[in-house]
Design a binder for this molecule. Structure first.
Ligand SMILES: Cc1cc2nc3c(=O)[nH]c(=O)nc-3n(C[C@H](O)[C@H](O)[C@H](O)COP(=O)(O)O)c2cc1C
Length: 367
């Protein structure tokens, strides 16, 4: 039976023995009051844990300048590290493998989120125009960012290094560096934003320098076998387009090979606009072929599509966002080809500790 469902076949991810290939995608839920993970996250993550399943945490801030949304968790203070521990323990108790996605929003912020009301930092001082939030309801306003000086960049690299150390201290099995979706790392990678004239801007090599310095620092701190990265060369969320996403994706995957990291997690080109699937001619296959480690694909997958991608060896693992959010037992449903709960966008980012968070029904209770 299991052999007929490619998503349900085992996979050896570095030292981790995964029992299936259905990964929980990183999902910001904005229920970490005051940037501190809350006890209700214990139930949320453990509901989505299977023995030998891989979970990636919601994006987690690396420092006090990293935030751009209310109530997103951090991992730069002792209190935050301690608060993560029981959540990680709960995932481990059920046999899950738990990776912390570490994040800096860069210019996708405003002064209200910044220490002393200062300007958010970025690769550039280009202002982001107000954006409709991904819940499709309210509009986010941004403060014009301050361009980082060349000599400040190592300090931000160091914030990622310390956050990775803290994640290991909290018990996580590794970290995923958030290099996607128009946030700080992507603000260096993409030529629509990066207009620097120093060694961090201009050529492809220079634009990728910051990302690779972060990878290098994190690898040196916690070991390559515990490090993944998420990239979205094709996406243009938060005005983060690139004039040549194929070249960018290929350069990064090639460069990442020299670090021997655990995985590369890429967002499908069809996810150009957040939450919308478009028909596109591009594909992740050239990057999948270039990258020598494990490959995770995400973006717009359903059961059939995920099975096909694994069967055709276009990816090793598939990360599911919205379907996993709404179906805590998604791997089981895929195994049985059972119907799925629909997701409710209106509760994606609301602060309720239960509603739209831990109250999505399991299969047993729906039939
Ligand atoms: C509610 C919500 C929160 C998200 N938060 C994050 C996040 O913290 N980090 C990230 O890299 N992507 C985030 N994403 C993107 C998802 O990880 C995923 O790539 C996207 O939903 C597309 O996959 P899907 O079609 O399976 O939902 C988020 C998406 C949603 C819907």
């Amino acid at each position: 039976m299991a052999a007929q469902v490619p998503l349900m076949t085992p996979y050896k991810l570095g030292k981790f023995n995964l029992s299936h290939r259905v990964v929980l995608a990183p999902l910001t839920r904005q229920r970490s009051f005051g940037n501190v993970p809350q006890p209700h996250a214990i139930l949320y993550y453990s509901q989505r844990t299977t023995k030998g399943g891989l979970l990636i945490s919601e994006a987690t801030g690396v420092s006090d300048t990293a935030q751009g949304y209310p109530d997103t968790p951090g991992i730069w203070t002792k209190e935050q590290v301690e608060a993560w521990k029981p959540i990680v323990d709960a995932v481990h108790a059920k046999g899950g493998i738990f990776i912390c996605q570490i994040w800096h929003v860069g210019r996708v912020s405003n002064a209200g989120f910044q220490p002393n009301g200062q300007a958010p930092i970025s690769s550039s001082d280009k202002e982001l125009t107000p954006q409709i939030r991904s819940n499709g309801i309210d509009v986010a306003q941004f403060t014009p960012p301050r361009r980082l000086r060349t000599e400040e960049i190592p300090l931000i690299v160091n914030d990622f290094r310390v956050a990775a150390r803290n994640a290991i201290e909290a018990g996580f099995d590794g970290v995923e560096i958030h290099g996607a979706h128009g946030y700080l790392i992507d603000q260096f990678l993409k030529d629509e934003i990066n207009d620097r004239t120093d060694k961090y801007g201009g050529s492809l090599e220079n634009r990728c320098r910051f990302a690779l310095e972060v990878v290098d620092a994190v690898v040196n701190e916690i070991g390559a076998d515990r490090v993944g990265i998420r990239l979205s060369p094709f996406a243009n969320y938060m005005q983060s387009g690139d004039s040549n996403p194929n070249a960018l994706g290929l350069y990064m995957t090639e460069a990442l090979n020299s670090y021997g990291i655990l995985y590369c997690h890429m967002v499908e080109p069809r996810m150009i606009v957040l939450g919308e699937k478009s028909e596109v001619p591009d594909s992740l296959v050239p990057m999948r072929k270039t990258f020598k480690g494990a490959f995770i694909s995400a973006g717009g997958y359903d059961r059939e599509d995920g099975n096909k991608a694994v069967a055709e060896n276009r990816t090793d693992l598939v990360a599911y966002g919205r379907w996993f959010l709404a179906n805590p037992d998604l791997p089981k449903r895929f195994e049985l080809d059972a119907p799925l709960n629909k997701y409710n966008r209106e509760t994606f980012y609301t602060p309720d500790p239960v509603l739209g968070y831990t109250d999505y029904p399991f299969l047993e209770t729906t039939i």
